[in-house]
Structures are given as structure tokens and as C-alpha cells.
Design a protein around this ligand. Structure first.
Ligand code: ADP
Length: 208
């Protein structure tokens, strides 16, 4: 089963994906996390991607498509995967359709003002990757693993607005694309993580 999570930067895709993958048999494939790991390890892909990611721009389609193609063919994706942050352009959506059968697209809907507030308060653990918001966890140490909490380089205010613009231009059209295919389910992403997950659980249970 292949599920796609669609939503603007800060809509809560990563938080929801973590919940979903621990409750359902799905492997979380986050292109943002994969790119950041490549950047940390300074792989050839990471070196190419860095200037785009840090500027809030999209990494070129060819690089991303190849990265996802390789990843979803691995054995741990056999039972199903949840794509988070991919596809982000029409070309990526077309490529995904050619690689695999998409079962459902969950669109996490959140207003722009709320997105900016969420991203500007986001802290990410440098050890385990857990994500927090200063409104509910204001420390600088991860309660799960004890490592330091950091602001992501691309979460700085000027880059955030750029990312939202890039989303509106490139990724938002995919909502219509998947709606026409009858695959889209819209979820109100403005509530707490628990509320959002409860809505998604309802949708998932109706499917089976
Ligand atoms: P967010 O959804 O909060 O913007 P992500 O962690 O998904 O954050 O992505 C961070 C950055 O990684 C993006 O701004 C972009 O530069 C790059 N990126 C991630 N996924 C893709 C993709 N599918 N296509 C192009 N660039 C991507």
C-alpha cells in the first residue's frame, strides 16, 4: 500500500507520519529527512542538494525521483509506505505513478498564518529527529533521548516564507491532480496532533 501525505511546510506531515507508522504497518519515507541525512553525511547527493534546501528551494526533480525510486524498492517498504514530502511537483507525481500504484492521498489542510507560527516555533532533536514546538516543550534537550534540540537551517523566517511560496506554486496543484483521480482525502490539520490523528484513523479504518 502506498499512501501520500500532502500539505504545506509546517502542516504537520512529519508528526502525523510518525503516529501513523507506529499504528499501521507503514514505513515512513520522508524526502526531507533523507536529504538532511545525505547532507549530514556529505554524500554526493547531499552536497548537490544543500544549496537548494538551505535556500528553501526545491531540489531538482531528477535527483529526488531517483532517490525515492531506490528507497521504495527496498524490502522494508514491501508492506507499505507513507510518502511524506513527495511528490512535490507535477513531474514527481507523474514519475511516482509510473513507479508504483498510489492507494490514497491524505491532504492535511492548514491556513498560512498557522503554518508560519508552527514553523517558527519548531525544534528538532539532533539525535533522534523528534520534532517539538516551543509552545508545548520549551527546553533545549530532547525528553526522549537527551540530545540537543535545534532550529532547522531552513526554518529561519525568510526561508519559511520562500518555502510556502514554493509550495503554493508547485505542490498545491497536486491537490486537484489527485482529487481528479479520486484518491484525495482532506483532513483538517488545524487541531492538536491527537485530533488530527483521530480523524486520520477514522479514514484509515473505513478503508479496510
Ligand atoms: P517541509 O515540508 O517542512 O518544508 P521537508 O523536510 O519535507 O520540510 O523538506 C525540506 C526541504 O527539502 C524542502 O524545502 C526542499 O528543499 C527539500 N525537499 C524535500 N522533499 C523534496 C521533494 N520531493 N522535491 C524537491 N525538494 C524536496
Amino acid at each position: 500500500m502506498i499512501l501520500v501525505l500532502l500539505g504545506a511546510p509546517g502542516a504537520g506531515k512529519g508528526t502525523l507520519a510518525a503516529e501513523m507508522c507506529s499504528s499501521f504497518k507503514l514505513k515512513h519515507i520522508s524526502t526531507g529527512d533523507m536529504l538532511r541525512q545525505n547532507m549530514r553525511e556529505e554524500t554526493a547527493l547531499g552536497i548537490k542538494a544543500r544549496s537548494f534546501v538551505d535556500a528553501g528551494k526545491l531540489v531538482p526533480d531528477a535527483l529526488i525521483i531517483e532517490m525515492v525510486r531506490e528507497r521504495i524498492s527496498m524490502p522494508d517498504c514491501k508492506e507499505g509506505c507513507l510518502l511524506d514530502g513527495f511528490p512535490r511537483t507535477a513531474a514527481q507525481a507523474e514519475a511516482l505513478g509510473a513507479i508504483a500504484h498510489v492507494d490514497m492521498v491524505l491532504y492535511l489542510e492548514v491556513e498560512t498564518d498557522a503554518l508560519v507560527k508552527r514553523i517558527s516555533g519548531r525544534r528538532v532533536c539532533e539525535g533522534c529527529g523528534a520534532v517539538y514546538h516551543i509552545s508545548w516543550h520549551d527546553g533545549d534537550v530532547c525528553p526522549k533521548c537527551g540530545a540537543k534540540l535545534l532550529v532547522r537551517d531552513d526554518d529561519k523566517p525568510e526561508t519559511v516564507l520562500r518555502r510556502i511560496e514554493v509550495y503554493n506554486q508547485n505542490t498545491e496543484p497536486l491537490i486537484g491532480y489527485y482529487r481528479e483521480k479520486g484518491l484525495l482525502r482532506t483532513v483538517d490539520g488545524s487541531g492538536t496532533p491527537e485530533e488530527v490523528f483521530a480523524a486520520v484513523r477514522g479514514i484509515m479504518e473505513k478503508r479496510v
